[in-house]
Design a protein. Structure first.
Length: 223
């Protein structure tokens, strides 16, 4: 804390005749932080699990993403291979060290798997989302070696796996989930919210896909 900031707080405490160390006051602050009042949450995402998944799929497709649903994680490599094959793309992808992806039977496909962050030369990448937001069809991506942020932006084709059970109704629920998963003070350095492929209409109001990231976003819902 800067000296000027300390001086301001010291002046405020003197005017209130407090030191800032009083146990009752500190307890009030703690309770306020732990029981912060909730804001207004849109009703659109307040559905049961199947309803949330259906809404997520519809919203993602509305913004030009493609969506496939597979019964189990073991079916993901086959779906990724199918997507690349049907779109005449090379059978090669790059992914991070996510243990959920590593446990999938990639060897049962003819895919060439690159590991680690992207340096901009990969045509297709695979990531695992931390969560999905049903009300907007948004993917929640947390940074780290498991899912490097470069995979979200540098490949032309981004394939993202998300568990159906991790598709929540609204952003407020997602932030509660992230805080619960990582713990206080251990949140990821970056959280990217991805809604559809990259796009821009800055030039002549003409929509251009891939302006700042992937041209194509394919979502694989598991379960």
């Amino acid at each position: 804390m800067s000296e000027a900031r300390q001086a301001i707080f010291a002046a405020i405490r003197r005017s209130l005749h407090v030191t800032g160390a009083e146990a009752p006051r500190r307890q009030i602050v703690t309770e306020r932080l732990e029981r912060a009042p909730k804001g207004i949450v849109p009703a659109r995402g307040q559905l049961d699990a199947e309803g949330r998944t259906a809404l997520f799929k519809a919203q993602a497709e509305r913004v030009s993403a493609t969506v496939a649903r597979v019964p189990a994680a073991t079916d993901v490599p086959g779906e990724v291979a199918r997507y690349l094959r049907d779109n005449n793309l090379p059978a090669s992808v790059r992914m991070g060290a996510d243990p959920r992806l590593a446990a999938m039977p990639w060897a049962q496909t003819a895919l060439e798997i690159g590991q680690g962050r992207s340096y901009g030369k990969d045509l297709s990448s695979v990531s695992h989302a931390a969560a999905g937001v049903a009300e907007t069809g948004t993917l929640v991506m947390t940074s780290g070696p498991d899912n490097p942020t470069t995979l979200n932006f540098l490949a032309d084709n981004h394939i993202v796996v998300v568990e159906a059970q991790d598709i929540l109704g609204d952003y407020e629920s997602v932030w509660r989930k992230l805080r619960g998963s990582f713990g206080k003070g251990l949140m990821p350095r970056t959280v990217n919210l991805i809604t559809g492929p990259s796009r821009s209409a800055d030039i002549a109001h003409t929509l251009l896909l891939g302006a700042h990231g992937p041209r194509n976003l394919h979502i694989v819902i598991v379960g």
